[in-house]
Ligand binder design. Structure first.
Ligand code: MEV
Length: 450
């Protein structure tokens, strides 16, 4: 299928009913019969969440209800040569639309999509002692020099969590360090395809007990570190004319694309010198990554904490992605580098039926593949935001999508929602608000009753 035809099909996907969208994904093989059935049942129950009441009650303490967000799909994101559909859970109206735009543009990159690579991730635990006189630091140092003690630490780790060793993971490295007033032992644990918070905490606490015996003092804390020494990198080299909406060809597309690309590169430079802008730049990246991580049942707070720590690792808060011009300004090169503390097994993933749908749609079978998809999501989400900022600004697109929310807030229900949203947008005012929406709704209902 030609790229142009595929794009037309993607636009058509938006026009389908929810049921038709689910059936389309099933007929394309993107969703298995089981997952399609799950979504159809959820649709039939209208308003019910997909977590059974008994599961919800067992997942958390003092459970009194279920919180639901809409999930939608970003179609056609090409990562490492595979076309993915990415499920996102979000309350922000423009996130999925923007990611679709970014994915469309990235599909025209020289590499035919985004290329991404993940390093070897470990989950880290730290055991920390108070150490005003540096005596513990010295003891930890000599423990780490003693081969029999290092072996003992490995054995403690193995017996604390044998199943992770059976899956090929386990403690890979233990390292002592002195901090001002503290001494710590850091454990790098290979948790395979699990995010590994519980595994790291279990091993960390077991090793802590062993260390306390050797050091002769109680540790202050043993806990995983939501921090990563490695990251995932995703890149795209985009011909500048691909940035122009509506695929203007030839010289016109080229000139406009060149102007947009230059402004996008300037926005990227701005984020590198202004932490205020870097925070918003990174928020745009996380819009997509967090929405996709949430839909897959991952811990989005762990992911964000590690991402922000990475952004500040030079001592100054920096953007997680950069955009620069190459080939005499003809290519816009985007690169994101972000640690992604996620898993494709474990945690809440098995309890949340929607996780299975998310991982299946993204065609991922291991954690690093999912990390590659998430980094690509961040890159294209960022690209879409920068294209809007460098071009017409974001409010035009945002308000078009926000109109439906304003209609709902004004009391519109069912088919009234789209009618009120359309009427609001036709008012041609930049100030869309619930008072105007209420007037439109009252008028609509009056006309219906006469
Ligand atoms: C809005 O949710 C995200 C943006 O503000 C990101 C950015 O400014 O780069 C559009």
């Amino acid at each position: 299928m030609s790229v142009k035809k595929k794009w037309r099909n993607m636009a058509a996907f938006r026009e389908l009913s929810v049921e038709q969208r689910i059936k389309t994904l099933e007929s394309e093989g993107a969703l298995s019969g089981d997952c399609a059935q799950l979504l159809l049942e959820q649709l039939a129950q209208s308003g019910e969440t997909n977590i059974p009441a008994s599961v919800a009650n067992s997942m958390i303490e003092n459970q009194i209800g279920r919180f639901s967000l809409p999930v939608g799909v970003v179609r056609g994101l090409k990562v490492n040569g595979v076309t993915r559909d990415v499920l996102m859970a979000t309350e922000e109206p423009s996130v999925i639309a923007a990611a679709c735009n970014g994915a469309k543009i990235a599909a025209k990159s020289l590499e035919n999509g985004v290329t991404a690579h993940s390093a070897h991730y470990v989950t880290r635990a730290q055991i920390v002692f108070e150490d005003a006189d540096s005596s513990v630091a010295q003891k930890l140092d000599s423990i780490m020099r003693d081969e029999s003690k290092r072996t003992a630490i490995s054995e403690v780790a193995r017996s604390a969590h044998p199943s992770i060793y059976q899956r090929g993971g386990g403690l890979e490295r233990a390292q002592a360090a002195a901090l001002t007033g503290f001494a710590k032992l850091t454990l790098d644990i290979n948790t395979c395809d699990a995010m590994g918070a519980n595994i790291a905490n279990t091993i960390g606490e077991a090793v802590k007990t062993q260390l306390e015996g050797w050091v002769g003092r109680k540790a202050l804390v043993a806990i995983l570190a939501n921090s990563s020494r490695v990251a995932t990198v995703a890149e795209a080299r985009i011909p500048v004319e691909a940035l122009v909406p509506g695929e203007k060809d030839g010289a016109a597309g080229g000139a406009e694309g060149t102007r947009l690309a230059r402004r996008i590169a300037a926005l990227s430079s701005l984020a590198a010198v202004d932490a205020e802008r870097a925070a918003t730049h990174n928020k745009g990246i996380l819009n997509g990554i967090v929405a996709a991580a949430a839909a897959s049942g991952n811990d989005t707070r762990a992911l964000q904490a590690a991402a922000h720590e990475w952004a500040a690792k030079s001592g100054r808060y920096m953007p997680l992605s950069t955009w620069t011009l190459q080939n005499n300004g003809q290519i816009l090169y985007g690169r994101i580098e972000i640690p992604l503390q996620i898993g494709t097994v474990g945690g809440a993933i098995a309890s949340l039926p929607m996780s299975k749908v998310a991982l299946q749609l993204a065609k991922v079978n291991n954690a690093n593949d999912f990390r590659n998809v998430l980094a690509a999501v961040g890159l294209v989400q960022n690209l879409a935001a920068l294209c809007a900022l460098a071009g017409p600004g974001i409010q035009a697109g945002h308000m078009r999508l926000q109109a439906a929310n304003i209609a709902i807030a004004s009391g519109a229900r069912g088919d009234e929602i789209q009618k009120v949203a359309h009427a609001l947008l036709n008012e041609n005012s930049s100030d869309l608000n619930t008072s105007s929406a209420r007037i439109i709704l009252e008028d609509l209902r009056k006309r219906k009753n006469t």
